[in-house]
Ligand binder design. Structure first.
Ligand code: FAD
Length: 310
């Protein structure tokens, strides 16, 4: 029994989501290999070989893999899929783009967003926006799995000494072509990797107020900035800041929610945070049910006071 983890990487380094996925793969009980499918990605393969618990890295290098096109990456996975009992992807935008293609081609049911491995064929996954946990058993010969990274600790990035084997890179599928990429540039930590997140809700009232009140707090704490969907929909914060069921799933060390009511769809994205602080002027707000520290206060006075105190 051997599990294959599909690495999330930028060709030079391995992204943290890979480390949590390795932990899930190790819980499946057998050897763990990592596929680094990229272009000129020797550095990423070298980094993957350092991950504790990994016994082999398969480095597939091809120009067709330079832009992470899902069609080509899926073909690369399928080229070696026959060797594996489990194929695991982080439940990121990339992983979720490739995994279903692999599962469909293998004619197996994808097991999505697992948070726990009970046994090599039985997994737990949240349903109904995290309000219930389903235990699912698969009889498929190959388990194609996406891993909710907040459900598993990160494997150590160093300390391993896996062998690196090269695999022939696939040819371009011709089904899609890379046109361009617009990347948001920010000095702030990326939301899913941030240790501290400061999130604002509808109560902020405008994009100007959101920036004026929340940014100084995020700056003080070197935190990532998040938002509720209501704040995003109202244009107070950009789309990629949305935390929740239809946004990002985060589990930082500290999550500060200001003016966020705590709808289940928001809680679904942040309730696994280690410490939750809620600031809300309504003492009945549901966010207080998950908060470790709650402050019933007007955020427009409480947040600046907090910034001053820090
Ligand atoms: C299918 C679906 C998916 C969804 N996905 C998401 C998702 O991914 N993420 C998400 O966040 N939501 C999501 N939602 C929306 C969710 O149901 C809520 O509508 C949303 O989270 C509410 O955002 P909010 O808490 O900012 O606003 P509100 O619910 O309006 O809450 C504002 C809060 O601010 C407090 N407040 C007001 N003024 C102040 C003040 N001056 N100081 C302090 N507190 C104040 C109020 O007491 C209130 O609790 C989804 C909904 C659906 C149906």
């Amino acid at each position: 029994m051997t599990a294959l983890v599909i690495a999330e990487h930028d060709h030079a380094s391995i992204k943290p989501a890979t480390l949590n996925t390795v932990t899930a793969a190790l819980a499946c009980g057998g050897d763990v290999h990592i596929l680094v499918a990229g272009a000129n990605a020797a550095e990423a393969a070298k980094a993957a070989a350092q991950i504790a618990g990994v016994s082999k890295v398969i480095a597939a290098d091809s120009a067709s893999l330079a832009e992470n096109l899902a069609e080509n990456v899926a073909a690369q996975v399928l080229a070696i899929a026959g060797n594996y009992s489990h194929i695991l992807f982080p439940s990121t935008a990339n992983g979720k783009n490739v995994a279903p293609r692999v599962a469909a081609k293998l004619d197996v049911a994808q097991i999505s967003d697992i948070t726990k491995v009970d046994s090599p064929d039985t997994f737990e996954r949240p349903i109904y926006a995290g309000n219930a946990i389903a235990t699912v058993q698969s009889t498929d010969a190959t388990k194609v799995i996406t891993v909710r990274t907040t459900g598993f600790d990160a494997a150590a990035a160093t300390g391993g000494s896996a062998t690196v084997e090269t695999a022939e890179g696939v040819a371009d599928s011709g089904k899609s072509a890379f046109v361009g990429r617009e990347v948001t540039k920010s000095d702030r930590p990326e939301l899913t990797a941030a240790k501290i997140i400061v999130s604002g809700g509808r109560a902020l009232g405008s994009a100007e107020k959101f920036t004026e009140v929340m940014t100084p707090l995020a700056d003080k704490l070197n935190a990532g900035l998040g938002a509720s969907r209501a704040a995003v929909d109202a244009g107070y914060a950009p789309n990629d800041w949305q935390v929740g069921q239809t946004g990002k799933i985060v589990a930082p060390q500290l999550y500060i929610a200001a003016g966020i009511s705590g709808a289940i769809q928001h809680l679904a994205g942040m309730k696994d945070s280690k410490v939750i602080v809620a600031i809300n002027k309504d003492e009945e707000a549901p966010i207080f049910s998950v908060a470790d520290y709650g402050l019933v206060a007007d955020l427009f006075t409480a947040v600046p006071e907090l910034v001053k105190a820090l």
